[in-house]
Design a protein around this ligand. Structure first.
Ligand code: PRP
Length: 181
C-alpha cells in the first residue's frame, strides 16, 4: 500500500493531537449533558470514532449508521442511501454527535442532521476528522473539525479507494496513477 502513497498528509502523531483537541472541546461542551451519543458513520469513521471516544472522559453511548453517497468512484453521486439505522426508537432524551472521516460535498452530514432532527433528537452536532470546503455543494459547516485540507484524493485512517487503504495508520495522498487521475 505504501508504494501507492505520494505523501503523508496527516501523520499518526498529528491524528493523535487533533483527537486530543476535539475530545477536550467535546468534554467542555457536553459536561452537563444527561446522555451523549456518538454516532460512527460506517465505514470510514471507524478509526476516528475509536480514537476520539477513548479520550472523552464523560459517559457516552455508541451507535452506528451506514449511509452512502459514493459508488466505486471518486465523484459524489449526490444520492444518499440509508443502509443501517440507529438501534433506538426514542431520540428525544439524547444529545447526538455524528462522527465522520471526511466532509466533501456536505450532503451526507446535512442529510443526517435533518434525519435525526426529524426523528426528534434533543440535539445534533457534527464532528469530522477532515474537511474539504472547496468541494462543498450545500451550505454546511461541521461543529468540530480536525483539519481542513485542499482537494487531494486522500486515503488511510478509515478513508478508502475501492475499499483499500482504510487500515493505513495515517492519512496520505494517493498517487494519481492509482485512480487514473
Ligand atoms: C464518504 C465519507 C462521508 C461522505 C462524505 O463516505 O465517509 O460519509 O463520503 O461525502 P459528502 O460530504 O460529499 O457527502 P462513503 O460514502 O465513501 O462511505 P465509506 O465511509 O463506507 O467509505
Amino acid at each position: 500500500m505504501i508504494k501507492d502513497i505520494e505523501k503523508i498528509l496527516v501523520s499518526e502523531d498529528q491524528i493523535n493531537e487533533l483527537c486530543d483537541r476535539i475530545a477536550k472541546q467535546i468534554e467542555n461542551d457536553y459536561r452537563d449533558s444527561k446522555k451523549l451519543v456518538l454516532i460512527c458513520i460506517l465505514k470510514g469513521s471507524l478509526p476516528f470514532t475509536a480514537e476520539l471516544m477513548k479520550r472523552i472522559s464523560l459517559p457516552i453511548e455508541l451507535e452506528f449508521m451506514k449511509v452512502s453517497s459514493y459508488g466505486a468512484s471518486t465523484v459524489s453521486s449526490g444520492v444518499i442511501n440509508l443502509h443501517l439505522d440507529l438501534q433506538r426508537d426514542d431520540l428525544s432524551d439524547a444529545d447526538f454527535i455524528v462522527v465522520e472521516d471526511i466532509v466533501d460535498s456536505g450532503r451526507t452530514l446535512s442529510y443526517l442532521i435533518r434525519y435525526l432532527s426529524e426523528r426528534g433528537a434533543k440535539s445534533v452536532r457534527t464532528c469530522t476528522l477532515l474537511d474539504k470546503p472547496e468541494r462543498r455543494t450545500v451550505n454546511f459547516t461541521p461543529d468540530y473539525c480536525g483539519q481542513i485540507i485542499d482537494d487531494y484524493f486522500v486515503v488511510g485512517f478509515g478513508l478508502d479507494y475501492n475499499e483499500k487503504y482504510r487500515n493505513l495508520p495515517y492519512v496520505g495522498i494517493l498517487k494519481p496513477e492509482v485512480y487514473g487521475g
